[in-house]
Each structure stands twice: as structure tokens, then as C-alpha cells.
Write a protein that binds this ligand. Structure first.
Ligand SMILES: C[S@@+](CC[C@H](N)C(=O)[O-])C[C@H]1O[C@@H](n2cnc3c(N)ncnc32)[C@H](O)[C@@H]1O
Ligand SMILES: Nc1nc2[nH]cc(C(=O)O)c2c(=O)[nH]1
Ligand code: SF4
Ligand SMILES: [Mg+2]
Length: 221
């Protein structure tokens, strides 16, 4: 069973899959504590905020409520909601605090492509076919060996940046990691103008991809 904060269908707004229709499954719980996190309501698994399964089948806003779901119950819920998307994005919170292998396999058996959004602070336990996006949280919980496992498994590295220091930290982190076949993205933190300008400049220099959190400009979830 997985603690689910919200399930909704929208357009993937980040990374290489930007623009694709996607079902989002947001798992509750994260211990990393990024100061600029845009989903702080997912940090705590508060027993007082456990609700019935039907209540998480819509966007949460900022409440932080959650309910337990098995893989089969999630797939049944997608059907009951009439969702059409073929991409399922598992995010959080930090989804990799849970072993996601069985969930990925159950979704893939039903024909879904699975994408995982993770911080690299926990070992990545997913199916071989899952598209893993690592948004590395440097100098935070987890430690170097865990982060290296996540970076090596990553299909995509999507780094949130505001200042040059963040790019320098990423470069140091990626030393020794084989980037062949990895999609590289820079994502400006919180639509800050200077961050966006720096991300664009660096993406042009390096032939990387700009990820602007399209959903925030579109004012959708
Ligand atoms: C909310 S996190 C959940 C998944 C996982 N905990 C992680 O950090 O990758 C989803 C994505 O949003 C990014 N993010 C969170 N807050 C942001 C912000 N204020 N500006 C830009 N990106 C942000 C994260 O870096 C991550 O790529
Ligand atoms: N539309 C949309 N795209 C997203 N891509 C990653 C998201 C996330 O919160 O992990 C996210 C999200 O919250 N909404
Ligand atoms: S790791 Fe992800 S969910 Fe956790 S605080 Fe950082 S951005 Fe937010
Ligand atoms: Mg988000």
C-alpha cells in the first residue's frame, strides 16, 4: 500500500515529457526539506489527515491529506475517473522512500508508461522500464552513495537552479557519472526572472533543455 496525497490528470509541465497528457500520483511524505519546495504540504504523514480513498481523487491544494492505495486500487480509480493519459507520473513528496517496483510493474502490465520524479536522496527501486527523473538535492539527507545510484539510474537529470553556485554544485556532483543517453534539464526555481535567464544561457551553452514548469505559467495543476 502507498500513501497517496492526490491523483489527477493534467499536462506534464516539467522535463523532457513536458506537454504530454499525464496522470499524476503524488505520494505523501518527504524528509528532505528544500526551502523552496512547492509542495510542502506533502512532507508529513499526519495520522489526523488520513481520509477515505475517494477523497484523494482530486487536487489537494495545500492540505496534506492522504489515503492508502494498492496498485490495483489505483488502476481501478484511473478507469472510474475516465482518465485517458497513457503516462503515469509518480511524484511526491519523495516517492522513492517507498519500493515502487510492484507499482511500476502493475501499471506497465496495463500499458502505461511510468515516470518517477525523485530527489536522489533514497535508493531508486523501480521497474526496468520506468523513466526516472532525478532532481538531485545536494548536501541533503541520503548521502553520496545513494545519490550516485539514483544518478546512474536516471534517464533524466533535471536540476532546479537560482544561482551560478547551483550549476557549479551540479557539475561537481556529475563528475564520474556517464551522461550518455541522459536528458539534461535546468529548471528555474519559482519562475524567478534571473534564474530563468541563467538557465537559458547555460542550456544554450551546453545544448541542454530548459524546463520552465509550464503548468505554473498555464495556471493549471
Ligand atoms: C515537488 S518535487 C517531488 C519529487 C521529489 N521529491 C523531487 O524533489 O524530485 C517535484 C519537482 O519539483 C521541483 N520543484 C519543487 N519546488 C520547486 C520550485 N519552487 N521551483 C522549481 N522547481 C521546483 C523539484 O526539484 C522536482 O523536480
Ligand atoms: N502539471 C504538472 N507537471 C508536473 N511535473 C512534475 C510535477 C511534480 O510536482 O512533480 C508536476 C506538477 O505538479 N504538475
Ligand atoms: S525533495 Fe522534493 S518534495 Fe522533498 S522538499 Fe525537496 S522538492 Fe520538496
Ligand atoms: Mg509540482
Amino acid at each position: 500500500m502507498y500513501p497517496v496525497n492526490e491523483v489527477f490528470e493534467t499536462i506534464q509541465g516539467e522535463g523532457k515529457n513536458s506537454g504530454l497528457a499525464a496522470i499524476f500520483v503524488r505520494l505523501q511524505g518527504c524528509e528532505v526539506g528544500c526551502s523552496w519546495c512547492d509542495t510542502k504540504h506533502t512532507w508529513t504523514l499526519d495520522p489526523a489527515l488520513q481520509v477515505s480513498p475517494e477523497q484523494v481523487l482530486c487536487v489537494d491544494g495545500e492540505v496534506g491529506r492522504w489515503s492508502h492505495y494498492s496498485s490495483e486500487q489505483l488502476i481501478d480509480a484511473f478507469k472510474a475517473q475516465g482518465f485517458q493519459a497513457k503516462l503515469v507520473v509518480i511524484t511526491g513528496g519523495e516517492p522513492c522512500q517507498y519500493d515502487l517496483t510492484e507499482l511500476c510493474q502493475a501499471l506497465e502490465a496495463k500499458g502505461y508508461q511510468v515516470q518517477i520524479e525523485t530527489s536522489g536522496t533514497e535508493l531508486v527501486k523501480v521497474s526496468d522500464g520506468a523513466w526516472v527523473t532525478v532532481s538531485p538535492k545536494i548536501n541533503m539527507k541520503g548521502g553520496k552513495a545513494v545519490l550516485v545510484q539514483a544518478l546512474e539510474r536516471a534517464n533524466e537529470i533535471k536540476h532546479p537552479i537560482a544561482r551560478q553556485r547551483h550549476i557549479d554544485e551540479l557539475d561537481a556532483l556529475l563528475e564520474g557519472i556517464d551522461l550518455t543517453n541522459k536528458s539534461m534539464c535546468l529548471q528555474p526555481i519559482s519562475q524567478i526572472e534571473a534564474a530563468t535567464a541563467l538557465a537559458m544561457k547555460t542550456c544554450i551553452e551546453r545544448n541542454w533543455r530548459l524546463s520552465v514548469q509550464m503548468h505554473k505559467y498555464l495556471q493549471i495543476d
